[in-house]
Design a protein around this ligand. Structure first.
Ligand code: ADP
Ligand code: MG
Length: 333
């Protein structure tokens, strides 16, 4: 036993020393419309956690669609502003991703998602006419960035609901690293992001929620990765006709996606990329998502269908542990 570990063992009763001079600290917070938990290991973990909390609240203040002081709220209400770095980064990334996916990902769907009540909780099914009138307002190709100003035509609006948490996770990890933290696990409303490994040198074991029971349907071991899920079961409403409408939208039709997918989990290095992909692959559906994965070698994917079929990409073979029964289990190659 080296001196360091020996000393740690002696003072264990007073502090939880993980290794020499390192401690564990955990915090929870409500932000971005969800519940977040962060656990960190390192020197002065409490200071790192406080800074991380501040960072999360700061990003939320910039990109919230409901806080009247936020960049996004002000832009969406026709103000000309000098946008923060967070807002500019997310706008650029969102527009690039929209171009790259031919609009399957679209950060300008807010006028349509609002009409369905997803932004307020006052859910309703809009008329075909209403949707047709709103669709031109979701044309992301009209959005221009000029220095720090973002130009939206009247009636257009941005929404970073599909990428904000992934971006926040990446920024939080950068901050934690800069503050001497070498091991951390972030759960930002079910978006999991890991910095390094656990302090015992083993990988983090991450549960992936079943869309049907809410319990873990599978688990996977990761280090330095994001595991990010888009689930139709996370937010939806049941209309008078008995139909369930989910919060993930097909921007071409202006209607909630209804393609047999129950949930998509993406595993990638960047939280922002994984978050953008989780929504995009959900909208694409099984066939196009598999084709997209084949063209891009930088992520892995798990898809649950409404029929309780499981699909996962080849790179996860042998790494994914299944914890429940599925109607079928299929590998995407
Ligand atoms: P969650 O918010 O449950 O983590 P997502 O990352 O999939 O799930 O984000 C869903 C949110 O993304 C929606 O609430 C909405 O704000 C926005 N959104 C819905 N459809 C799209 C789309 N096709 N492209 C971009 N953003 C979308
Ligand atoms: Mg997403």
């Amino acid at each position: 036993m080296n001196k360091c570990v020996f000393l740690s063992a002696i003072v264990f009763a007073a502090f939880l020393f993980v290794s020499c001079g390192e401690q564990k600290a955990t915090t929870s917070l409500n932000a971005m419309d969800t519940f977040m938990t962060i656990q960190v290991y390192g020197k002065k973990p409490d200071i790192a956690l406080e800074k991380t909390k501040k960072l999360i609240y700061q990003i939320e203040r910039n990109i919230s669609t409901t806080n009247e002081a936020s960049d996004v709220y002000r832009l969406n209400h026709g103000e000309k502003i000098s946008a923060s770095g967070d807002t500019l980064t997310l706008t650029k990334y969102g527009l690039d991703f929209a171009k790259q996916t031919n609009g399957v990902f679209n950060p300008a769907l807010y006028p349509v998602t609002s009409a369905w009540g997803f932004t307020t909780g006052a859910y309703k099914v809009p008329s075909e006419n209403q949707i047709d009138e709103l669709l031109p307002l979701t044309d992301y190709s009209k959005i221009q960035i000029d220095g720090t100003s973002i130009n939206l035509e009247h009636g257009m609006a941005l929404d970073f609901g599909a990428i904000g948490k992934g971006y926040t996770g990446d920024e939080a990890i950068k901050l934690l690293k800069a503050n001497g933290i070498r091991s951390a696990l972030l759960d930002l409303g079910g978006n999991i992001q890991a910095l390094g490994k656990k302090t015992d040198g083993t990988e983090w074991n991450i549960g992936i929620k079943s869309p049907w029971t809410g319990k873990a349907a599978a688990s996977i071991k990761i280090a330095d990765k994001a595991v990010i899920t888009s689930g139709g079961y996370e937010r939806f409403f049941t209309a008078d006709d008995g139909h369930n409408y989910i919060h993930i939208f097909d921007g071409k039709t202006g209607r909630p996606v209804d393609n047999g997918i129950a949930g998509v989990t993406i595993i990638a290095e960047s939280g922002l990329y994984a978050d953008a992909l989780s929504t995009t692959m959900f909208v694409m559906g099984l066939k196009d998502a598999a084709a997209y994965w084949k063209e891009h070698s930088d992520f892995e994917m798990i898809i649950f269908t409404e029929n309780q079929d499981l699909y996962y990409t080849e790179g996860l073979d042998g790494k994914l542990q299944l914890l429940t029964d599925f109607a079928s289990v299929n590998v995407i190659r």
